[in-house]
Each structure stands twice: as C-alpha cells, then as structure tokens.
Write a protein that binds this ligand. Sequence first.
Ligand code: SF4
Length: 220
Amino acid sequence: MIDDKHEIKVGISSCLLGNEVRYDGGHKSNDYIRQTLSQYFEFKPFCPELESGMSVPRPPIQLRHTEQGIRCVVVKDHERDVTEQLQSCNQKQDHWLGDLCGYILKNGSPSCGMERVKVYRNEHPDRSGTGIFAQYLKDHYPLLPIEEEGRLGDAKLRENFIQRVYVYHRWKQFSQEIITPSRLQTFHSQHKLIAMSHEQNMARSLSQQVANATKKISRK
Ligand code: SF4
C-alpha cells in the first residue's frame, strides 16, 4: 500500500518549523522534523497563541492553579487570564483539524505542551499540566496520534508515532467508503501483525471484535 505524502496531513506547532512566532519573537526549529519528516508528511503549522490574537513579541503566559481550576494567565500579571481567549480560538479550528492524521506539539508550552507542563502555585510549579490547545486536541480528537517534538528523539517513540500516523491515515481512507465484511477483514489482516507487535492480548481481542462486526454487517 503506497501512501502519498500530500495526503498525510500532520499538524505541528508552528515554531518547530522555524516560524518566528514565540513570545520572544524566536522559533524552535527542529532539524529532524524539517529535513526528514517533511519528506513524508504535509505539515499544517499552527500557533494557537498567535491565532488567538496575541502579538509577537508578547508577554509570556503560564498555567496556574486557581480557585477556578487550572487557568492560563500572563506571567507578570496573573489577573490577565487568557484561558477563554485560547479556548475560543481552538473551537474555530475544527474545519482543518478533522483532516489531520497526526500532530506534533512543542513540549512545555502552556498552549501546546502535551503533558508535564509546569503549573504554578505561588512560585512553585508542578508538572501536572497540559497546554490549552493540546488538551483540546486530546478531548476532541481522541484517535489522533499526538507526539511531542522532544520525544521524537527517542527511536522507539518516533517509530511508534510514525506508524500510528500511517495506520490512522489508512483507516481514514478506508472508512470513507462503505464498510463491507470483506473490506473490513482485508484491512484488519493488513494491520494485524502491527497490532500483535504491540500488545498480543489486545490484538486477539481486536480480531474477535472484527469477526463479530463482520458477522453483524453480513446479517444486515
Ligand atoms: S503557542 Fe505553540 S506554536 Fe506558538 S510559539 Fe508557543 S509552542 Fe510554538
């Protein structure tokens, strides 16, 4: 099965592609992403802070524990709460997020960080946070493969992410047409070994579910 790069759309934190969108006017260009992964994926860069109306440069923001839960505020003025500004921008992105087969996020960011983002209580941070945009992706696109740029330096995590992107891309293509028993079985057998290589019990359970679903579709 050949996948065309231009069909495999992957969202990415814009600063990772070298775009100067960070609060200090800089970027976080990642050579591996720009030079290698870009040969296989069509990147869709997005900066949630910029898109929500913030400027470059801009005052840095952070996550904080408050009485209203975790909020995103300006570092030097905690009264300036930008949580809703960011959330309302997120909700306007569904028209392109739904086309994606994966997402690469900048780690540590109060907007883009996938996990272990600093959340401050007074001046003492813990690492319990998720960026406001990253949380939106997780909540609204639970099947979307998401990874952080820093973790792509680990060969196993990188391979796992790339594999998930390709399989999700194929699943999206597959499910665009009517799902017949034979198509479902073919799709499953093409990917069965991948599932087995990850978790054998779950792979067996998946095979059973496919067999049950195939019977159900056949009876209709
Ligand atoms: S909000 Fe995300 S894309 Fe924008 S500069 Fe920060 S980490 Fe990069």
